[in-house]
Design a protein around this ligand. Structure first.
Ligand code: EAX
Length: 325
């Protein structure tokens, strides 16, 4: 009997210690490979939260589309089969049209404007509105300003874009932008190296880091610094999961993700000049000053399109336009 009591006691001590010390695992999904913008944000978040929580949270980053494309990552976050995702603004568009506002062409002049809006009250409102889709929006990390590459010709003016088959993200606004610019936009999930290599598409548009990390200089000849969209990632958690966490843990995760996002934006920006040099060295023909005002004129009417007919979405777009004017 005594032995049994002792055993039972030992067993409950082990269980208690287990429940106190078992770390909570956070699975984070990104579609890109190590060294990419999303991955740098995810890895920094891992480092910060594991350190600050004293090990009570551990993070595993699932990368390189091992969990599927960005839309599929978001579906898994909604269901809480993974707890977090760092996902480009484009694919959010199909879940909530509010994501369209930041993808609006030529919305931000520079990084400082993007930070001011996204870290400010309007950015918070956008994150908040994702709760209706089962996402807890934590912060914005960045892909960066997007630029056009293609294999057909140097692009300086809209006429040079006419008829180019350009891959775009799965997003209504990105498709509309390239239609307005005169291209033949083809929505496609990431990654796209093979399609570029085989010539299924003539070109694509992404920030400079993508051309370097994914070695697009091997298969794309022309780069035009169009900077047509400031591309953000939304760093999201599953709302289902979020609601099970203690307030103190929510705060710690929120702060760690925001700090990681700020770190990653700075890191990304600090590397851009060297990247451009590298791409030139690798043989890309770069048009550094295309006729941006002509591009702008072609997309000037997008805000009046059906895409922005939802009053809340339109209102948010106009508020941002007003704030950055
Ligand atoms: O970061 O699909 C895209 O073009 C994204 O920018 C991609 O996630 C690369």
């Amino acid at each position: 009997m005594k032995k049994l009591v002792t055993l039972l006691l030992m067993f409950s001590v082990v269980c208690f210690a287990g429940s106190v010390f078992a770390a909570t695992k956070i699975k984070v999904g990104v579609v890109t490979k190590p060294g990419s913008a999303q991955n740098i944000a995810a890895e920094k978040f891992k480092e910060l939260i594991e350190q600050r929580s004293g090990g009570s949270f551990t993070v595993k980053v699932y990368h390189s589309a091992s969990l599927g494309n960005e839309t599929e990552i978001l579906q898994q976050v909604q269901m809480n089969t993974i707890q977090m995702g760092i996902v480009t603004g484009g694919p959010f568009d199909t879940f909530n049209p509010i994501a369209r506002v930041i993808n609006y062409p030529f919305l931000f002049k520079d990084n400082a404007q993007a930070d001011e809006i996204l870290d400010g009250p309007l950015g918070k409102e956008i994150l908040k509105s994702l709760e209706s889709n089962g996402f807890k929006g934590l912060s914005f990390s960045e892909n960066g300003f997007r630029n056009l590459t293609n294999n057909k010709r140097a692009v300086k003016t809209p006429a040079d874009i006419d008829g180019l088959k350009v891959r775009v993200m799965n997003s209504a606004i990105h498709k509309a932008i390239w239609q307005a610019l005169g291209a033949n936009p083809t929505p496609m999930a990431w990654p796209i190296y093979t399609e570029l290599e085989q010539g299924v598409i003539d070109g694509q548009e992404n920030p400079l880091w993508v051309m370097e990390v994914y070695k697009f200089y091997e298969i794309q000849k022309h780069l035009s610094m169009t900077r047509h969209v400031y591309s953000y990632h939304i760093d999201v958690a599953s709302l289902k999961w979020w609601n099970t966490l203690k307030k103190a843990d929510q705060d710690m995760i929120q702060t760690a993700m925001y700090d990681a996002a700020v770190y990653q934006r700075r890191d990304n920006r600090s590397k851009d000049a060297a990247r451009l040099e590298l791409l030139k060295e690798k043989g890309m023909q770069v048009i550094e000053n295309p006729d941006v005002s002509a591009f702008r004129a072609r997309v000037a009417d997008l805000k009046d399109m059906e895409l922005y007919s939802d009053p809340a979405v339109k209102e948010m777009l106009l508020k941002i336009m007003d704030a950055v004017r």
